[in-house]
Design a binder for this molecule. Structure first.
Ligand code: ATP
Ligand code: MG
Length: 687
């Protein structure tokens, strides 16, 4: 039972641990999944947005290109007319703010729509000029790196095309656009505060950036996945920015025809912000569920402990119960037997557990004597009167007596109780009533003996009294008869007195004793002095040993016991023979205390061993001559008194030689509380 409970507890602990582990594995999985989803979403989003950014920029470049193709063909050196033309044409691209300029074939600024050039501005050293001049008659669009304007002092990207006259290089038309304008469309795409859009040339140079950061313009990027000849057109990557130490997820798209890369980055912090919220929610839910699980298991453990305590209590009660029980399961097979039942029957649990009714009944019946056999479980059930009201607890019962065979008669009272519990169909119970039966028997025997003993003298009294009434007798005869009546009356009185004495001593069991520390030596002298020996006989010889001999005893009762023994010593020894008393003390050994022994010896008729064995039985008289008066109760009283003092009584006797009665009592110790010591001994079972 205990082992099963421990195993169940272990399984519960494992289950609790498993539940908690599952909750946290699920939480960890969900957090990881959400993290990956947000990262993946961002990778996809930034790639797509980079593509959109690139496509939009492609169309912008195309429009710029078309614009330049249109206006360069109309350049004829007339500043005023060209200015109007530019203004008019510019209306078609009103979403962009840009500057248009023309550089003549020598590199001198010939036209600018911002202001009429007054100074001779030499731009012959600029890349966007030289690249076309060196190319000769090749007509292509050139897009410069970001430049600080000589005139405006602002950053700009130059889109240039050569002006060809008769197929020969005759200048360059320039369209300047600020990097901010060029990358401005990214404003529509970026989601987070820390998001960034960048336009990078194939050489790694940053052409434009949104939000604008002038310090980064012209910087050269290295080791980016979109750089290099074999780099993919689109993709994504993660990088920590050197400028603000922010980790970002970047998506890119390359326009190979313009040798430009469009890169969009979202800050990881922004990307993961909703994930952090979700993660916190998941952690909160997991914590709440864990607390709930822990609380549930705690309650379960508490109720398990309560159940254990109740089971242990019941077990202890069951163990201590003097009544025996045998329970039967729903199929009426023996489920369990209580320790008391196994003790009574000397059966082992394994011998009966699982037996059906018939098997169990046969087994128990085989242990009984013929006259009081176990009637069988089925018979007990059948004997239940159908009209009987159900006993408390739902069952009905009727009691039977059975007697177990073997040494020492054992009488058991048994009954059957039907049960309404699902697991238990019925319970057999057994009560050991051997002692009660014996006590009943002894009582009846005692009453019968006492009545018989009283009837003998009463018969004499009645007979002689009747005789005296019926006839006339002479004076001498009358006196004889009256003498008999008086003698028998005395006997009756002494029987009744001794009986009353005995009954009182037995009933009080020493509770009315007044225990005190007594010198037995002194008590013996007093008892000897008070004792009246039969006429013509010497007083008993007092002990020669020097006192004191301390014992804890009730003075009156001990004197009564000594006087009874002395009375026997005189009664059953011839006149002239001596009665001696002796006192000795034996020292204590190990756990046994020192003892004081009192010996009273006579040289009388003595007793045979069989007679000696019965001395102390009520009304037993070894001498059946009838010449010595007595009731046969004296030694019973002595035995009771000595036992209640925790002492021992021993008799030694030989026919024709005499008898020695030895009474031994524990020697009183200086520190011992007298009353408690003797009470404790007197209260011992069987004493
Ligand atoms: P009473 O009740 O008057 O004492 P009783 O002396 O017969 O009667 P017990 O003192 O109980 O009864 O003794 C029981 C019997 O034991 C006696 O009848 C006697 O036969 C025997 N007996 C007791 N003491 C002695 C003894 N010292 N010598 C020989 N027989 C004895
Ligand atoms: Mg006697």
């Amino acid at each position: 039972m205990k082992r099963a409970t421990a195993r169940f507890r272990q399984q519960l602990v494992l289950l609790a641990a498993l539940c908690l582990a599952l909750v946290w594995i699920a939480a960890a999985y969900e957090i990881l999944r959400s993290h990956q989803v947000y990262i993946h979403d961002s990778e996809v989003r930034t790639s797509v947005q980079a593509h959109v950014f690139a496509e939009y920029s492609r169309s912008t470049i195309k429009r710029i290109n078309e614009f330049m193709l249109d206006v360069r063909s109309r350049w004829n050196g007339d500043w005023q007319a060209f200015s109007e033309l530019v203004l008019k044409t510019q209306e078609n691209i009103d979403d962009l703010t840009f500057q248009v300029a023309v550089i003549d074939k020598d590199g001198i600024l010939a036209f600018s729509n911002l202001a009429k050039p007054t100074d001779r501005t030499d731009l012959s050293g600029r890349e966007h000029f030289t690249v076309h001049k060196l190319a000769g008659n090749t007509d292509r669009l050139f897009i410069s790196k970001p430049l600080m304007g000589k005139v405006s002092g602002k950053w700009s990207i130059q889109f240039t095309r050569p002006i060809l006259k008769n197929g020969q290089f005759n200048g360059v038309v320039v369209l300047s656009i600020s990097p901010e304008q060029f990358a401005g469309f990214a404003r529509e795409l970026l989601i987070g505060e820390d998001s960034v859009a960048t336009v990078v040339r194939a050489s790694g140079e940053i052409m434009a950036r949104y939000p604008t950061a002038e310090s980064s313009l012209g910087l050269i990027l290295k080791d980016r996945p979109f750089l290099g000849a074999s780099a993919p057109v689109s993709g994504s990557y993660r990088q920590i920015a050197a400028s603000d130490s922010q980790e970002r997820i970047f998506g890119f798209y390359t326009l190979p025809e313009y040798r430009m890369h469009f890169v969009l980055g979202e800050s990881l912090r922004d990307v993961l912000a909703p994930h952090v919220v979700h993660r916190n929610e998941v952690l909160a839910v997991a914590t709440a569920v864990s607390i709930l699980i822990a609380a549930l298991f705690f309650i379960l453990f508490r109720s398990l402990s309560t159940r254990d305590t109740i089971a242990q209590q019941l077990g202890a009660i069951f163990e201590l119960s003097p009544d025996g029980f045998v329970s039967f399961d729903a199929d009426r097979r023996v489920l369990s037997a209580s320790p008391a039942f196994l003790r009574m029957t000397r059966l082992r649990g394994a011998q009966i557990t699982g037996l059906d009714e018939a098997g169990f009944s046969a087994r128990l019946a085989s242990l009984c004597v013929e006259q009081a056999r176990f009637p069988g479980v089925a018979a007990l059930r059948a004997a239940q009167p159908p009209e009987a009201p159900p006993a408390e607890g739902g069952g009905r019962d009727r009691r039977h007596l059975i007697e177990l065979a073997g040494p020492g008669k054992r009488v058991l009272e048994c009954g059957l109780r039907l049960s309404e519990a699902a697991a238990v169909s019925q319970i057999l119970y057994f009560r050991d009533i051997t002692h009660e039966t014996e006590v009943d028997h002894l009582k009846s025997e005692f009453i019968a003996t006492a009545a018989h003993e009283l009837r003998t003298p009463m018969t004499s009294i009645y007979g002689f009294a009747e005789l005296l009434l019926a006839r006339e007798f002479g004076e001498a005869e009358q006196r004889d008869f009256l003498g008999i009546i008086v003698k028998q009356s005395q006997l009756t009185v002494s029987i009744l007195n001794e009986l009353l004495d005995l009954v009182r001593i037995e009933e009080r069991r020493g509770k009315d004793f007044t225990i005190e520390r007594i010198d037995l030596h002194e008590l013996l002298h007093e008892a000897a002095a008070e004792f009246r020996p039969p006429q013509g006989r010497d007083a008993p010889a007092a002990p020669t040993a020097a006192g004191p001999f301390w014992v804890n005893a009730d003075r009156k009762k001990l004197t009564q016991a000594i006087s009874n023994v002395l009375s026997n010593a005189y009664k059953y020894s011839p006149a002239g023979s001596a009665v001696e008393m002796a006192l000795t003390q034996t020292p204590g050994q190990g756990n046994s205390a020192a003892r004081v022994c009192l010996r009273i010896s006579d040289h009388g008729i003595g007793m045979s061993p069989s007679q000696l064995a019965r001395v102390g039985e009520r009304f037993y008289r070894a001498d059946t001559s009838g010449k010595i008066p007595g009731t046969g109760l004296g030694m019973s009283i002595v035995r009771e008194i000595i036992q209640l003092h925790g002492g021992e009584l021993e008799l030694a006797s030989k026919i024709g030689e005499g008898t020695t009665v030895t009474v031994s009592l524990a020697a009183a110790q200086e520190t011992e509380p007298a009353l408690a010591a003797v009470r404790a001994t007197a209260a011992k079972p069987g004493s």
